[in-house]
Design a binder for this molecule. Structure first.
Ligand code: HEM
Length: 155
C-alpha cells in the first residue's frame, strides 16, 4: 500500500514536471514571443517563478520516492535470501533522474536568480539572455525526461 502510494506520488510528480515543461516550451513561449521585451520578460519571470516553486517540491518528491522504492525492493530481495540485481531500466531512470534534478537546481538557483535580478533592474538585454539559457536547459531536461519515460515504459 505504502509502496503503491509512493509510486503514484512519483508518477504524479513527473506528470506535473514534464507537463509543465511541455506547456512552457511549446505553448506559452511561442504565444508571448510577439510581446514587447519588458512585458514578455516580466510575464515569463512571474510564470516561471510559480512553476519552479512547484517543481522544487515535485523534483525532490520524485527523487525521494524513487530512492525509497529502490531501497525497499533491494531490502526485501536481500531479506528473502536473493541478491538484488537492479533492472537496467531502473539504473537508467535513477542516473538520468539525478541529472534532471541537478539541471533543475542550476536553472532555479543560478539562471532564474539572474533573470529575476535583471528584470527587477529593467535590464532587458541580459534578462533576455538569461531567459534563452533557461529555455535551452528546460528543453534539455524535457528530452531527458521523455527518454526516461520511454526506457521505463517500453523497457
Ligand atoms: C530521481 C531518481 C529516480 C529514482 C531513484 C527512481 C526510481 C523508481 C522506482 C524504484 C520505481 C518503481 C518501479 C516499479 O515498482 O515498477 C519507479 C517508477 C517509475 N518512475 Fe522513477 N525514479 C527516478 C526518477 C524518475 C524520473 C525522472 C522519471 C520520469 C521522467 C521516472 C519515471 C517513472 C515511472 C513512469 C515509473 C512507473 C513505472 C511503472 O510502474 O511501470 N522516474 N521509479
Amino acid at each position: 500500500m505504502l509502496y503503491d502510494s509512493l509510486k503514484a506520488l512519483h508518477v504524479l510528480s513527473i506528470v506535473l514536471w514534464i507537463g509543465g515543461m511541455i506547456f512552457a516550451h511549446f505553448f506559452l513561449r511561442p504565444a508571448v514571443a510577439e510581446l514587447e521585451p519588458p512585458v514578455r520578460l516580466k510575464l515569463m519571470s512571474d510564470v516561471l517563478g510559480r512553476f519552479f516553486k512547484a517543481v522544487l517540491v515535485t523534483s525532490l518528491l520524485t527523487l525521494i520516492s524513487g530512492i525509497w522504492m529502490l531501497g525497499r525492493v533491494a531490502k526485501q530481495t536481500v531479506q528473502s535470501g536473493g541478491s538484488f540485481d537492479m533492472p537496467i531500466s531502473w539504473t537508467i531512470m535513477t542516473a538520468l533522474g539525478i541529472v534532471m534534478v541537478a539541471i533543475f537546481m542550476h536553472i532555479r538557483f543560478a539562471l532564474y536568480t539572474k533573470l529575476k535580478r535583471f528584470v527587477s533592474a529593467s535590464d532587458w538585454a541580459p534578462a533576455g539572455g538569461s531567459l534563452a539559457k533557461i529555455r535551452q536547459w528546460v528543453f534539455t531536461n524535457l528530452i531527458i525526461g521523455i527518454l526516461i519515460l520511454l526506457v521505463v515504459l517500453l523497457g
